[in-house]
Every structure is written in structure tokens, then in C-alpha cells.
Design a protein around this ligand. Structure first.
Ligand SMILES: [Cu+2]
Length: 495
């Protein structure tokens, strides 16, 4: 359980040292926070940055039932030392309750919107799930009213079989205010377990979801949201809602399912030992074969499913570090010797055969008249920019003529990489649903529209770009088949 506290209760945790001096934060250009101590002055007291690696890594509670009820509640979450942080939560924690379900099973998740009118109506998108359109978390319809509920049903199926095993996540998707709602805490992990995946991978206590997200705290440890169309970032990077946590581990392999749950921040992850991660999966499940990587870029909403081996490291501390800020994010203390019964097979999961594309569409992730746009247009819920036919495969080409990166996210079905910048795709991006598109890059993907008709979103997952207009929608439609000509009735023979 995440540590929860009432706001008033949290104040008692302010250290006596911070009562004696006034502390001021200054963020340098890399985003690292520095503490400067001065003489005692009037309130408000700045709160101290926790001593690095003084708090244990936490995991949200896990729901595994068919029917899950989640209250969307305001809660005061203990994150930094000192006052707790008032957040909007799925079930009272940040991240919210983890939902973990076997593939192929129906799951009903009922959300009740207990936030006040200031939050307004809400909607929940199960990111990476193959949902029917009405259960996909539409941004401007089928909303969860204030003090009302809505049940989302996920059947765990895809094109005649089970969905692939993977880590999805659920988050708010309300038009124009997704950035605010996610920043305030509306994010939770959703894991689909698939018995068709190799069962020798690290599992149970050795399979750890890690949601990485940055926040900017004020002197009272609150996180007021100030919209910036270029992306809202903060100087504190949290893992599962804890700032620079530690975790005691054994000297064996662990599966880390890493999610960039930030609104906008990109990370470049490495291990302090210089060892490789063995990447085994993406947003869309296991790769065809594992890929060793010493550094991994991760943009907003991307997931990295990796295995890290602490064998031979007994007694050492190993850090997962973000090389872009130079900040260590988590300290793994290798304190126990344990027998490792896990292994990584040389082949994991083959890609589904989705055929060859019959239609090509081009999508330019652009800036137009000072706003983020797709093909020059801002989001309009009354406009549909593509109507692919159910059962067909299309090629979608993404370009980025701007000077900022975008993370392209397509709802409904996963996509397979055809080419990046006219050449080969990276070996770890064979199939995904959130794609890093750096300035000047071109990405060719193919996707097959299966099972469901209806409206789905396509957008940048740097959420402030999305809220500013870098989103559009496509409607999967039933194929138009030529009507069979009715057999003419025999005419009566004229007499
Ligand atoms: Cu963008």
C-alpha cells in the first residue's frame, strides 16, 4: 500500500531541522533540485528534499477480480517529507490501484467520480487495450459525470484469440484537460497475464511494475498544474509515487515493467553498473526475441519490459539512472542471495500476421498557427479524419517537421513497424502502440483494424501537445460490400 496520510497529519513529519531554518529550492537546468539554507524567516516553510534513497519503493494495491470498483477520489498522498500532497486518485493512491487480469477474461471496471465540479466530467482510457469504441474512454462523450459512475467492460480478446500479455495503463482522457487530470494523479497500471507467454521469465515477487513520472512541488509540497503547450515537467522524478526510493533485491534476475507515466518528460535509462538491460517486450507484449540494450530512451506513455540481472552483485547498490538529467531514480540494494530459477528463452513471441497494407495515409505531427496540430488541424470532436474498413490493413506514415519530439499513440489496435527514416526499424520496436518520433523523423507503420467498429483516437502523448490540439479521430467502419443483384423473377410469358 502507498503510505497515505491526512494533510494535517503529514505536517507532523516535518523535521525539526526544517523548522529552524528556511529552505529554498532552486532548480538548475538539468532539473536537479538544490537546497539552500538561510536564516529563519516567516512562513511558509519550504519542505526539505528527502535524503536520497531513504524511502522504500512502494507498489499500489492490486485488484484481480472480474468486477473492480474504483472511486476517483481526492486524497492526500505522502510523497515528500513534510506535508502530504493533495492529488486526484484512482482509489486513494498514486499511482492508482493496479488491475491485473488473465487474458481472455471479461473485466468490468466501475469508476465513480467523487471529485467536485472543479474537475468536471471524466473519462478513462485503458491505454493499449483492444477495447470496443464505447469502452475506449472517448474524450468528449460517454463521460463519467460528477458524483456519477460508469462501467467499462474489457473482454480480453483480439481477432479470434486472447489479447497478448502486456502492461497497459489506464488514465484520464478528457478533452482539453487530460494534462491536468493526469498530473493531479489519474493514472493506474493494468497488467494482462497471458499463459501463452514463456513461463520461465521472472514472475511473482520478481516481476515489478515501475511507473516513472515527474512532478513540480511548491513549498507546501503541492503540485499546482500550470498549462504549458510545450509540456509540463517537474524537477522531482518519482517511481511508483516515491521520490528516489530504494528496493532490497536478491542476486538474481528481475523483470521490470517500466512505464513513462509523465505528462511530457523523456528519459534515457541506464544502469550504474554499465550492464545491459535485456529488453523482452514493448507496449504490445513480448518481442520476437530479446534485445540487449545499455541505454533506453523512453517517451511519454512508452513502456519498456526488461530483465535486469543482479547476479554477482551481492552487497552492492545498483542504480537505475536517467542520463538526461543525470539523476539516479531508484537504488537496488542487493542484500540477499537467492536461487534464480528463471530464464529468458532465445525466442519469445512471434508477431501476428496482419497482411499487407492496401491503403496508405499520411499524418504530419506539426505546428500550425502557434498550436500543435495533425495535418495542420487541431482536434475537433465533430471531425473524422479517416474511415478505415474493419478487417483491412493500412500503412500509416508519420512525419515530424517540428523541432520537438512527439510520442505517437494510436488507439484500438497495435501497430507493426515497416521502416524508420527510410531504413530498418529498431529491433526493439517491432510492434508497439506508442512511438517516439524525434524532430525530422519519418515512421511507417502498418495496422489491421480488427473486431470493433467505431471512433478511436490518434494523438501525441506529450499530453500538453494533445490538449493543445495534436489529436484527431478515426472511425473504423464496416466494409462496403457490393450488393448482390437480386435474381430477376421470371416474367410471365405474354400470351
Ligand atoms: Cu507532441
Amino acid at each position: 500500500m502507498l503510505i497515505m496520510a491526512l494533510c494535517g497529519l503529514g505536517l507532523s513529519l516535518v523535521s525539526s531541522e526544517s523548522n529552524a531554518v528556511s529552505n529554498h529550492f532552486f532548480a538548475n537546468k538539468t532539473g536537479a533540485a538544490h537546497l539552500e539554507r538561510g536564516t529563519s524567516t516567516a512562513a511558509p516553510l519550504a519542505t526539505p528534499t528527502p535524503t536520497p534513497f531513504s524511502h522504500p519503493l512502494l507498489f499500489p494495491p492490486v485488484a484481480t477480480e472480474t468486477n473492480v470498483s474504483i472511486g476517483i477520489d481526492e486524497a492526500c498522498v505522502q510523497i515528500l517529507d513534510g506535508p502530504c500532497t493533495s492529488m486526484w486518485t484512482y482509489g486513494g493512491t498514486y499511482p492508482g490501484i493496479t488491475i491485473r487480469r488473465p487474458t481472455g477474461q471479461t473485466t468490468n471496471v466501475t469508476f465513480t467520480n467523487n471529485l467536485g465540479p472543479a474537475a468536471g466530467e471524466l473519462t478513462v482510457h485503458n491505454h493499449g487495450n483492444h477495447s470496443t469504441a464505447v469502452n475506449d474512454g472517448q474524450p468528449d462523450s460517454l463521460l463519467i459525470p460528477t458524483l456519477g459512475s460508469r462501467t467499462y467492460t474489457y473482454n480480453g480478446l483480439e481477432e479470434g484469440g486472447n489479447q497478448r500479455g502486456k502492461m497497459q495503463f489506464y488514465h484520464d482522457h478528457r478533452m482539453d484537460v487530460t494534462g491536468r487530470n493526469v498530473w493531479m494523479g489519474l493514472t493506474g497500471i493494468y497488467i494482462v497475464d497471458d499463459p501463452a507467454d514463456p513461463q520461465t521469465l521472472p514472475s511473482g515477487a520478481f516481476d515489478l511494475p515501475l511507473a516513472i513520472a515527474d512532478r513540480q512541488f511548491d513549498v507546501n509540497n503541492q503540485i499546482p498544474y500550470v498549462f504549458d503547450p510545450d509540456g509540463v515537467t517537474g524537477d522531482k522524478i518519482l517511481v511508483n509515487g516515491v521520490y528516489q526510493p530504494y528496493l532490497e533485491v536478491g542476486d538474481r534476475k528481475y523483470r521490470l515493467r517500466i512505464l513513462d507515466a509523465s505528462n511530457a518528460r523523456t528519459y534515457f535509462l541506464a544502469l550504474s553498473t554499465g550492464d545491459s538491460f535485456i529488453q523482452i517486450g514493448t507496449e504490445s507484449g513480448l518481442l520476437p526475441a530479446p534485445v540487449a540494450r545499455t541505454g533506453m530512451r523512453m517517451g511519454s506513455a512508452e513502456r519498456l519490459d526488461v530483465v535486469v540481472d543482479f547476479a554477482g552483485k551481492l552487497g552492492q547498490n545498483v542504480y537505475l539512472t536517467d542520463l538526461l538529467t543525470g539523476m539516479p531514480l531508484i537504488e537496488f540494494r542487493v542484500t540477499q542471495h537467492v536461487v534464480d530459477d528463471s530464464s529468458i528463452p532465445p525466442t519469445l513471441r512471434s508477431l501476428p500476421d496482419i497482411g499487407e497494407p492496401t491503403v496508405t495515409r499520411n499524418w504530419s505531427f506539426d505546428k500550425t498557427a502557434s498550436h500543435w496540430t495533425i495535418n495542420g488541424l487541431r482536434f475537433d470532436p465533430n471531425r473524422v479524419d479517416a474511415r478505415p474498413a474493419l478487417g483491412t490493413t493500412e500503412k500509416w506514415v508519420f512525419t515530424n517537421p517540428t523541432n520537438q519530439a512527439h510520442t505517437v499513440h494510436i488507439h484500438d489496435v497495435s501497430q507493426q513497424c515497416i521502416s524508420r527514416n527510410g531504413g530498418a526499424c529498431y529491433p526493439y520496436e517491432t510492434m508497439k502502440e506508442t512511438w517516439y518520433l524525434a524532430p525530422g523523423e519519418t515512421l511507417e507503420l502498418k495496422l489491421k483494424f480488427t473486431d470493433h467498429v467505431g471512433m478511436y483516437m490518434l494523438h501525441c502523448h506529450i499530453i500538453e501537445h494533445e490538449d493543445d490540439g495534436m489529436m484527431t479521430q478515426f472511425e473504423v467502419v464496416r466494409p462496403t460490400t457490393p450488393r448482390p443483384r437480386p435474381t430477376p423473377l421470371p416474367r410471365p410469358t405474354p400470351r
